[in-house]
Design a binder for this molecule. Structure first.
Ligand code: MG
Length: 387
């Protein structure tokens, strides 16, 4: 965040810049050339799209965290291109951006989130896994340096915006909406025989493959419930989920006086991405406005935990706390990869995650080592069960 009235552009880092969130962040940056200056770009493996973004945005530094090729140029368009996960952390420190958009997928985004907070930079967080694995550590690190965590996840961005309408002590409940994914109306039998291709067809949102599978099992909503608890510091009984097939109401906050505020908009991740960078200001855009009359109706219903047991696991994590969130996340990442590789059925993802949680000896999640150890042990176990 840059103080209001300050006209210098926001120095922006985009981690995971070739993924779905990263490339949409670069679209926002391209639309706001006077307000945003991209100072750091990173990607995991894909040199070609990274090099093209380097040429367009001319950051101070770029990083390829996990190159598969030995033959990576040291300079692209005269800009240093570094390699390795450590180089990404060092680049966050050396460029010291105002805002870091973390669009990395999965547990590998955690260290970059922590480094951003240690540096006192604003973290625009799309990597929800950081909060699921290490919510307490993320919050205490932010408190120490005064860094802020602004959610990019559309539901949490909605809640963050609605919370501007009242004080924390006045919140009765937060209500996360869920599209329900491609199997919202499917029978248990149909879900059991779902193919990866069917799971990758989200009706409303364009996202990367991992999160799209998570949306089809409602594991994405489970991760978001845990993320919400960590971001907004509310007990489990004040967090609810409602299925909303149209994905127009992005989430809601009910206050103690019975008033409920909702944030609405067309499903477009560029809106919460831009808000995470611009807040507390709002910038004009060319985004498609909402046309409620042509939509006609909005629908809501309770989620079915029998067909989507993953969602129930989130509330167990909230009850038991500690490193159980890291276990849920790690087990899910391994199981989703196995499903996408055709090795297991879709319902087996939640079964394996629950089994990993049953096998876990819970410990407090205040130290990074304990979190990473829980993550590693859960991955090893689930790998073993799959093969
Ligand atoms: Mg979301």
């Amino acid at each position: 965040m840059v103080p209001e009235g300050d006209s210098r552009p926001i120095r922006l880092a985009v981690l995971g810049s070739t993924g779905s969130i990263g490339s949409q962040t670069l679209e926002v940056a391209a639309d706001q050339p006077d307000r945003i200056s991209v100072v750091l770009l990173s990607a995991r493996q894909r040199l070609e799209p990274l090099a093209s973004a380097i040429t367009t945005f001319r950051p101070e530094t770029a990083v390829l965290t996990d190159p598969t090729d030995d033959d990576i140029p040291a300079l692209v368009a005269g800009i240093p291109l570094l390699c390795g996960a450590q180089a990404q952390l060092d680049a966050i420190s050396s460029t010291h951006p105002d805002v870091v958009v973390n669009g990395v997928t999965g547990a590998q985004g955690l260290l970059a989130s922590l480094r951003t907070l240690e540096e006192g930079c604003t973290l625009a967080l799309a990597n929800k896994e950081s909060m699921v694995m290490a919510g307490e550590l993320m919050r205490s690190t932010a408190q120490k340096t005064g860094a802020r965590i602004i959610p990019v996840d559309s539901e949490h961005s909605a809640i963050d915006q609605c919370l501007r309408g009242g004080n924390h002590g006045e919140v009765a409940r937060i209500i996360l909406t869920a599209s329900g994914g491609p199997f919202r109306d499917s029978s248990a039998e149909e879900i059991a025989s779902a193919t990866p291709q069917q799971a990758l067809e989200n009706p409303n949102w364009e996202m990367g493959p991992k999160i799209t599978v998570d949306s089809s099992t409602l594991m994405n909503k489970a991760l978001e419930v845990i993320e919400a608890q960590a971001l907004f510091d509310l007990p489990a009984d004040r967090i609810e989920v409602v299925i909303h097939p149209e994905s127009i109401v992005h989430s809601m906050v009910e206050f103690v006086d019975g008033s409920t505020l909702a944030q609405l908009g067309c499903p477009d991740m560029k809106v919460p991405i831009q808000y995470a960078i611009s807040q507390p200001q709002r910038w004009p855009t060319r985004f498609k406005p909402l046309d409620l009359a042509s939509l006609g109706s909005l629908n809501f219903r309770a989620p079915d935990l029998n067909r989507f047991p993953a969602l129930g696991l989130a509330f167990r994590v909230l009850d038991e706390g500690g490193t159980l969130g890291a276990v849920l996340n790690a087990a899910n990442e391994v199981a989703v990869a196995a499903f996408l590789a055709g090795k297991i059925s879709l319902p087996r993802i939640a079964t394996l995650v629950e089994r990993a949680m049953d096998h876990h000896d819970n410990t407090p999640a205040t130290r990074l080592e304990a979190i990473l150890e829980a993550d590693r042990a859960a991955r090893d176990r689930v790998q073993e069960w799959i093969f």
